[in-house]
Ligand binder design. Sequence first.
Ligand code: NAG
Ligand code: NAG
Ligand code: NAG
Length: 241
Amino acid sequence: MVRKDKSNYRFLVAVFLFCIILIHDLVYPFVLVEKASQTSTFDNQQLNSITTIEEEPESPQSSPQTQFYSLEQKNLRKAALQRVEEDRRGLLEAANGTSHKAFYKAVKPEVFCEKNERIGYKGDGGKQVCNPAAVRKEDCTLLSLGLHNQIDYDQAIFNATGRHCKLLGADMNSQNAKTQKSYEEMGGEIFVGKIPANLTIPEMLEKTGRSEVELLKIDIEGGEVDGLEPLIRDYQSVYVA
Ligand SMILES: *[C@@H]1O[C@H](CO)[C@@H](O)[C@H](O)[C@H]1NC(C)=O
Ligand SMILES: *[C@@H]1O[C@H](CO)[C@@H](O)[C@H](O)[C@H]1NC(C)=O
Ligand SMILES: *[C@@H]1O[C@H](CO)[C@@H](O)[C@H](O)[C@H]1NC(C)=O
């Protein structure tokens, strides 16, 4: 979810989000993985070289955590990468509709996650997150869309990522004093506005001088499609360029 010119052609490594759909109260996994790649297809050499979880490209000084996949996992990952363009097209088409249920049905995980962690309370507030401790970047950004004065996820993900990431929250209603205070204590910022009519994700990033997002949580019942679709479209156009 990074909009940059081609000379600085880097994306966030992974955006992992889980949403609660109000109607069914189900959790839908949503994973978008953007690779810093010049091509839109993966050749055999690239596929065969998939043995480890990709490291965050911007922190070469951090100690590499090498995790080898089993053969089965490696094959699953290969198959997922080979389907990736088709899946993206499907997602883009689903985002063009008005049904957020259809949109989430089209969402497919693009990575195999070995270390799923439940972040936040059980039930509506908690979210499954893939290996949150892997966010090692100094200048990391956590996005939390939809607060409803329930910020146990926000506090837990802030902790799980080392208590130094910038936390950006958003909700269509202003939050109570307790929520605002908790956000302040974490050095976070809360935006108020309906996404995307009165507030967009790029606006939030621009106002806080961020260009990359490490983790995105979205829980904005029904606003997901309109809020994310512009980002998916932008990403798509950069990716295939
Ligand atoms: C979205 O839908 C409209 C009308 O159905 C169509 O004209 C347009 O090409 C579609 N866009 C994409 C990106 O699929
Ligand atoms: C996060 O860490 C702080 C400081 O260590 C602690 O007080 C707080 O209870 C933790 N919150 C969660 C939700 O893990
Ligand atoms: C939010 O956006 C809608 C649609 O663009 C507009 O009619 C409304 O005035 C906006 N509200 C605020 C508070 O800006």
